[in-house]
Ligand binder design. Structure first.
Ligand code: NAD
Length: 493
């Protein structure tokens, strides 16, 4: 493997951007057929590189199961490409819009035009799909793209670079590799749109850098996503789903349930059942073939630090699942761990965990749960297990999060026709499906003058005809509407 990040000086990236922009202006807006052909090229390349991608991701992580990479990344990429291709005609259709009476016989419509060159910055945790789904979206919307994958998954970036270089000319799609310095230079380029996926701290810097060129940004960030287990709802299905959400990719997932809020009567059952479900999913403990390693020693030490802090402050730290004798045989594995009764002052309750640790807190009432969530930054995802009853409705109505999963974790991400994005510190804007297409398109409003538009008859010098037209226009509906005349008018009289 090579760690030869391109580390292009900013001027090289600028010239790459200029080449893409020149090609975009030269070739004009791609037709639906050209867009579909690009998507199909991408699809075929992903399938051809499947083994290389799975191997590279596993090598970058220390270990990640092929199945996990295929299910959590490649299926999502292929499904997105297929969905975008299938619905592209509808997405691209011009939309007729309302025309006021005054302008009738004219026509108003919106055309979705490619923005131009999209910058895409990705994190390491799903290093394939978080590059390729935004890319597919950019191509579907008729754009060209420059990509900056994470430096923490260099082998995957090598394969992606090879895959994309073989599939697209550099003036259509280009990959630039490097670390934070490169990221900073990349985010300062004058793209037509920048989609950043990564941490909230870096997201702030990226938005600042983009603002110098007034580049619009979509920020797909992180945070602490709660899972709320309704009273009496600890059962196989609920816990199986929470275990899946927390331990897929060893918890290194932006939408993983970060901490659990469990009714005080159910905490013991939750802990017991969680242990049973972990044993069933990972029969050889942390060395199971389907259990991932932690991506880097820096992240591994950070997670160990969180547990050290919890122990030191008297937290109840419980390693769950099977504890094999040779648990250390594989690099950077961390046992699934619960921190029961996690208090606010524990670091696990203060920062995004991004690992196989689940703090569990008890609650008595749904109001308490709602207040707890609302006292913290708005999460990327919220999960609820229970019936769709008044309690559930109250939780949904009185909290704000990116997306919500009811009786499942993480499945909202796989829904092509749902927008995906956070709110506030967990993100800004959204992509996937039509929202992604529109994020990467310019909605251009067009008004076509009709032959008999009223304003075209009313040009200076203004005379009696204008007074009549103004009287008719301004009288409007409000004056004659009984509703408008009712309380307000009486009060002011
Ligand atoms: P990160 O913010 O450290 O890095 C993301 C990208 O930014 C990388 O390509 C990196 O090289 C680049 N970068 C680093 N420093 C930079 C700087 N100063 N200026 C510009 N670019 C810079 O994030 P990460 O550690 O790779 O990923 C984990 C984070 O990403 C978590 O917070 C997670 O929740 C979040 N995430 C969010 C989503 C989502 O869709 N909302 C998906 C995956 C991960």
């Amino acid at each position: 493997m090579t760690a030869d990040y391109d580390n292009r000086p900013p001027t090289d990236m600028e010239s790459l951007l200029s080449r893409q922009r020149a090609a975009f202006l030269r070739d004009g807006i791609p037709t639906i057929y050209q867009r579909k052909e690009r998507l199909q090229r991408l699809r075929a390349a992903v399938l051809a590189y499947r083994n290389q991608l799975e191997d590279a991701v596993s090598a970058d992580f220390g270990h990640r199961s092929r199945h996990e990479t295929a299910i959590m990344e490649l299926v999502g990429v292929i499904q997105s490409i297929d969905y975008l291709s299938r619905h592209l005609r509808r997405f691209m259709r011009t939309e007729r819009r309302h025309v006021a009476l005054t302008y009738r016989s004219g026509r108003a419509y919106v055309e979705y035009q490619p923005k131009g060159i999209i910058g895409i910055m990705a994190p390491w945790n799903y290093p394939v799909s978080l590059v390729l789904i935004p890319l597919a979206t950019a191509l579907a919307a008729g754009n060209r793209a420059m990509l900056k994958p994470s430096e923490l998954t260099p082998r995957t970036s090598d394969v992606l670079k090879d895959l994309l270089t073989q599939t697209f000319p550099a003036d259509e799609v280009a990959v630039v590799r490097g670390g934070p310095d490169m990221g900073a230079a990349f985010s300062a380029l004058a793209f037509d749109h920048l989609l950043f996926t990564g941490s909230t701290q870096v997201g702030r810097k990226v938005m600042k850098a983009a603002s110098d060129n007034l580049v619009p940004v979509t920020l797909e960030l992180g945070g602490k996503s709660p899972v709320v287990v309704g009273r009496g709802q600890v059962n196989d299905r609920a816990i199986g789903s929470i275990v899946f959400g927390k331990l897929a990719n060893a918890g290194q997932t932006c939408v993983a349930p970060d901490y659990a809020l469990v009714h005080e009567d159910d905490v013991d059952a939750f802990v017991k059942q969680f242990d049973v479900a972990v044993r069933a999913a990972y029969p050889e403990g942390p060395t199971s073939v389907d259990y991932s390693s932690i991506v880097s020693s820096g992240h591994y030490d950070r997670l160990k630090g969180l547990l050290g802090d919890a122990r030191q402050k008297g937290g109840r730290v419980l390693e769950v699942g099977v504890h094999p004798e040779h648990a250390t045989r594989r690099i950077r594995t961390m046992a699934p761990t619960l921190v029961v009764g996690a208090r606010d002052d524990l670091a696990v309750m203060q920062e995004e965990i991004f690992g196989p640790i689940l703090p569990v807190r008890s609650y008595r009432t749904m109001d308490e749960v709602i207040d707890f969530i609302n006292a913290r930054p708005r999460p990327l995802a919220l999960y609820y297990f229970g019936s769709r009853d008044a309690e559930c409705n109250k939780l949904l109505a009185r909290t704000t999060s990116g997306n919500v999963g009811i009786n499942n974790t993480m499945m909202h991400v796989a829904q092509d026709d749902l927008p995906f994005g956070g709110v506030g510190p967990s993100g800004m804007g959204a992509y996937h499906g039509i929202e992604g297409f529109r994020t990467m398109s310019h909605a251009k409003g067009v008004f076509v003058q009709g032959q008999w538009n009223l304003p075209s008859l009313l040009r200076a010098p203004f005379g009696r005809l204008v007074d009549l037209a103004l009287a008719a226009t301004l009288r409007g509906k409000r004056a004659s509407s009984p509703k408008a005349r009712a309380p307000g008018v009486h009060q002011s009289a």
